[in-house]
Design a protein around this ligand. Structure first.
Ligand SMILES: [Fe+2]
Ligand SMILES: [Fe+2]
Length: 261
């Protein structure tokens, strides 16, 4: 297990004499204002679930995941702030290209403020790989942490709210009228928002890269289960919790029926 204080700053150099918070402060003092400003301006037209507040929460999630993992903050932090810097709607045909477009744009933005170029390859990879629909394997700890931190945003109270907000903005209905918690049909998460739980969100815990991320993801799935149980009761439907739980625990769904988002 790596020393929790170890924060690799560049190459193989590992500094064990400075705490994570000190390293964060050091990066923030130099780069937070200009990098956050770039992100904020780039995302000003994003939908409500994907604005700068989303990025701030991803940063907070990432801080919880860094603990035991030595990472380059010079790579991870700009990757977090700029990972969604090109707003592309969830239902856009460009969706599968979104993270690659963000990665390319992030480097252009960072170059415009003189950010050190030796971090560009790591930043570009972490951003390109973060997306569910890009299908790019994470090859660095920075990429794994960004991906986990971003995926945690799909779960818990925030994830529930973002799912319904995004579904509403795309004109989706909440549930299928006769089979609201898809048992006898394939989830269609471009039609019903609750189907997105079954098509993607319940699969996230098994897709986490870090043990810390998996634990948090499983816990946050509990919020979604509680919501569905109450929804079922209020609508007068049965809710098969075992079915939902089996997806969370074993990823026991066909991998090809999810609409990427
Ligand atoms: Fe994204
Ligand atoms: Fe994101």
């Amino acid at each position: 297990m790596a020393d929790p204080k170890a924060v690799r700053l560049d190459g193989d150099q590992t500094l064990v004499d400075q705490t994570l918070s000190e390293k964060l402060s050091s990066w923030n003092d130099r780069w937070l204002f200009p990098v956050r400003k770039l992100a904020s301006e780039a995302m000003k037209d994003a939908d409500p679930g994907h604005g700068i507040e989303h990025v701030e929460r991803v940063f907070k999630n990432a801080c919880e995941l860094i603990g035991q993992n030595p990472v380059s903050l010079d790579v991870l932090l700009p990757a977090i702030w700029l990972h969604d810097c090109v707003p592309i709607a969830k239902n856009s045909p460009l969706r599968s290209q979104a993270s690659r477009l963000c990665a390319k744009r992030a480097i252009e933005l960072l170059a415009s403020i003189g950010y050190p170029s030796e971090s560009y390859p790591g930043i570009e990879h972490a951003i390109a790989a973060h997306s569910f629909s890009a299908n790019i394997p994470c090859e660095s700890d920075e990429a794994k942490i960004l991906q986990d931190a971003d995926r945690l945003e799909g779960l818990g109270a925030i994830g529930l709210a973002r799912c319904l907000m995004t579904g509403g903005s795309m004109g989706q209905r909440l549930v299928h009228p006769t089979d609201p918690f898809p048992i006898h049909r394939t989830p269609e998460d471009n039609v019903q928002s609750v189907d997105h739980f079954y098509a993607k969100l319940f699969r996230l815990p098994s897709m986490m890269n870090t043990p810390e991320g998996r634990t948090l993801a499983q816990s946050r799935c509990g919020i979604l289960i509680t919501f569905l149980r109450q929804l079922a009761e209020e609508m007068g439907f049965e809710f098969d919790q075992q079915h939902a739980q089996s997806i969370i625990e074993a990823n026991a769904i066909k991998p090809n029926f999810s609409k990427p988002s």
